[in-house]
Design a protein around this ligand. Structure first.
Ligand SMILES: Cc1cc2nc3c(=O)[nH]c(=O)nc-3n(C[C@H](O)[C@H](O)[C@H](O)COP(=O)(O)OP(=O)(O)OC[C@H]3O[C@@H](n4cnc5c(N)ncnc54)[C@H](O)[C@@H]3O)c2cc1C
Length: 489
């Protein structure tokens, strides 16, 4: 049966459904998919759009899951769209069921519930899946995670972990990357004692070097987490988690944050060319089949997969433009990653561990701050900021625009302590404040309040790392006339 005529095929009605144009099927209803569909709706694309997601309900902001775990954001506010939005915009939503197979000859996708959906064009936006480290006892003989082991990638994972919190006193987080630190900090805020196990010599090893790792470890330990680095967990037993040092970590729950892999099995089974991700060209079309595209975490462009929301959104924008007949091309993204965790300020621009160039570095372990720039031919190739993100707006702008710096500028950018009042109100209008949605300080200043910012620019709806700066900019908007009035009295 075709999804379009199946009686219970969709959670949305067909009220606003476009009757003409090619049929576009989007597999996955995550952060890349919803941005693509939003753009297509905004552009009034002449396409019959069907979105198929295996998670229940509508798309939600995955990157705020750690804020939900921490308790700083209600789970009920994560949804990016409600069902009515899909229906009103003529988008058919099939949720809670998985695409099991792509039949490229018949040009249909087959769903786990037995339905078949035809396509003229197909977009894979299926994200990534948690990597399972080789630890004995992690998985039951039935293939499920052991009862006290939790992944942390989906709303269901997050709610499952929240349900396990009452009565729990100790947790072990397996993996000390960005996600692991967010989870560790969230559990700490919830009052648990937390151990972080990291196989690499230091935390955040794929983003920062040893010196920064030492500064970060100190900050994390000051917040009450114990860090076990250069150590592998080898076995989970009823007693606890055994490390290769022979140390046993007893805990009530264990959270897996040891990396993620692009979801590729669907593409592989369909005969699409896959390396780490589904390989696409500048048009975000698979190099195997001109009718199939891939965006977001599952896509690989020029040998790179991303794992961050801003490239996923950039790709979604380019693909939407192309599906509407424009000639946009994807040139790759410059990634700015920020840690979302209370009292831990971390930002990484680009790939500081692999970028080549002159390194300018300032570390102050006493204040928990560390700053590093990698500069080549005067241009910032990568950067790390720990403990003080007051310069992040300016650095991101210089980095994004590949501005050529004068000889003394890299040093000036790094030295000196945090400017009073975070310096946000002093940001020039063209400085990018929200890296996820590409929004400048000027556009924020043009808004009256946070609601207008969200509605007109989408700033704060990604990683949310810009929220503090935006509040300061808006507050400055409101106080400036008052100050002027006072001055005139
Ligand atoms: C807890 C957490 C915190 C994060 N924090 C940040 C952050 O602060 N900053 C940042 O930039 N990035 C962050 N990320 C990464 C960011 O969420 C991803 O880069 C982004 O979601 C990628 O979008 P996507 O659409 O490619 O994948 P996803 O948002 O993961 O969506 C993919 C969807 O496809 C579904 N799917 C998979 N297979 C199928 C199938 N066969 N059939 C149907 N549906 C399928 C999945 O279940 C999922 O719903 C975080 C990720 C997590 C898990």
């Amino acid at each position: 049966m075709n999804a379009v005529d199946a009686p219970n095929a969709t959670n949305a009605t067909n009220a606003g459904r476009r009757e003409h144009g090619e049929s576009l099927v989007v597999v996955g209803n995550g952060m890349a998919a919803i941005r693509l569909v939003e753009e297509l709706v905004r552009r009034e694309a002449q396409l019959r759009i069907t979105v198929i997601g295996d998670e229940p309900g509508t798309a939600y902001n995955r990157i705020l899951l750690s804020a939900v775990l921490e308790g700083s954001h209600p789970a009920t506010e994560l949804r990016l769209k409600d069902e009515a939005w899909y229906a009103e915009n003529g988008v058919e939503l099939i949720s809670g069921t998985r695409v099991r197979l792509i039949d490229r000859d018949a040009r249909v996708v087959r769903l786990a519930d037995g339905r078949t959906v035809p396509y003229d064009r197909l977009v894979l936006a299926i994200g990534s899946a948690a990597a399972l480290p080789p630890i004995r006892g992690l998985v039951t003989s039935g293939g499920d995670l052991s009862p006290n082991v939790h992944a942390f990638r989906s709303m269901a994972d997050c709610l499952g972990l929240l349900n396990a919190l009452p009565g729990a006193r100790r947790a072990v987080v397996i993996g000390g990357g960005l996600l692991g630190l967010q989870v560790a900090r969230a559990l700490g805020v919830r009052g648990l004692e937390v151990d972080v196990v990291e196989a690499a010599p230091h935390l955040l090893a794929s983003h920062i070097g040893e010196t920064a790792g030492a500064v970060l470890r100190r900050s994390v330990e000051e917040l009450g987490c114990e860090v076990h680095s250069e150590t592998r967990a080898v076995k989970l037993t009823d007693e606890g988690l055994l490390l290769d040092t022979g140390y046993l970590l007893r805990a009530d729950l264990f959270v897996l944050t040891a990396g993620a892999r692009p979801a590729t099995s669907l593409a592989k089974a369909a005969g699409l060319f896959v390396r780490r991700g589904v390989v696409v060209d500048q048009t975000l079309t698979t190099v195997t089949d001109p009718r199939i595209h891939a965006i977001g975490d599952c896509a690989e462009y020029r040998g790179r997969t991303s794992g961050f929301v801003s490239p996923a959104w950039e790709q979604a924008g380019v693909l939407a433009a192309r599906l509407c007949g424009d000639q946009d091309r994807y040139e790759g993204s410059r990634v700015v990653a920020r840690l979302r965790a209370s009292d831990l300020e971390v930002a990484v621009l680009g790939d500081p561990e692999h970028a080549t160039g002159d390194v300018v570095e300032v570390a102050n372990p006493i204040r928990g701050s560390y700053r590093k720039l990698v500069v080549r031919d005067g241009v910032i190739e990568a950067a790390v900021l720990l403990g003080d993100l007051s310069r992040i707006g300016l650095l991101t702008q210089l980095y994004d625009r590949r501005t050529v710096l004068g000889e003394g500028e890299p040093g000036q950018l790094l030295f000196g302590e945090r400017p009073a009042g975070e310096g946000s109100v002093l940001l020039p209008d063209d400085v990018e404040v929200c890296a996820c949605a590409g929004v400048s300080a000027g556009r924020i200043r043009a808004c009256a309040d946070v609601a207008e910012v969200v509605g007109t620019t989408r700033a704060t709806t990604g990683c949310g790392g810009c929220a503090g700066t935006i509040r300061l900019l808006l507050a400055a908007n409101n106080t400036l006339p008052t100050q002027a009035a006072t001055a005139g009295q």
